[in-house]
Ligand binder design. Structure first.
Ligand code: HEM
Length: 149
């Protein structure tokens, strides 16, 4: 079984003590935050200025997106394996993501973690995960994209 990002420290050693997953309150704690976050992302006018993003939101709807983002977060923070979706590169490759698009979403994530009262240490660790996948999501060669519009 491979390790998730949160199970290793910056030095590459296995992390000690309760996992980020446990400190975020497990499935119920994470689901509560992702419930708020995914609504804010769906309603975020700046994020929806990318027409591919607006189209995907319209096409797939909130419940599935909530489930996917919650399951992904559970796994990446050191919880049980439960994410059935695509890797981050393939999940976003068709949407012509820019640095600005990414910044908009990262800002919304940071604001929501704070809004929901997540601890400062846990906010920093979750945002470190978000930053580590930035290149995976943005650097998509045009020839890999399917037409979604
Ligand atoms: C910041 C880190 C990000 C994480 C952790 C993340 C996570 C996810 C996950 C787990 C999925 C579901 C994948 C699947 O369907 O197989 C997804 C889909 C999606 N993501 Fe992201 N994402 C991130 C960044 C972004 C950015 C920057 C945008 C655009 C502004 C974006 C827009 C979308 C859209 C539109 C979908 C499809 C949603 C739908 O099905 O309605 N994501 N993302």
């Amino acid at each position: 079984m491979t390790e998730t990002i949160a199970q290793r420290t910056a030095a590459g050693e296995p992390a000690e003590g309760p996992s980020l997953y446990e400190r975020l309150g497990g499935i119920f704690g994470i689901a509560a935050v992702m419930d708020v976050l995914t609504d804010r992302l769906f309603d975020n006018v700046s994020a929806n200025q990318n027409p591919y993003v607006a189209k995907m939101h319209e096409r797939n709807g909130r419940p599935g997106f909530k489930f996917m983002v919650t399951a992904w977060s559970v796994e990446e923070t050191g919880g049980p394996r439960c994410y059935p979706g695509r890797d981050m590169h393939h999940a976003h490759v068709d949407m012509e993501m820019s640095e600005h698009d990414y910044d908009v979403v990262a800002l919304e994530i940071a604001a929501t973690l704070s809004y929901c009262g997540v601890g400062v240490r846990e906010q920093k660790e979750y945002m470190a995960i978000v930053e580590r996948i930035r290149r995976e999501i943005i650097d998509a060669p045009a020839n890999e994209r399917a037409k979604v519009l």
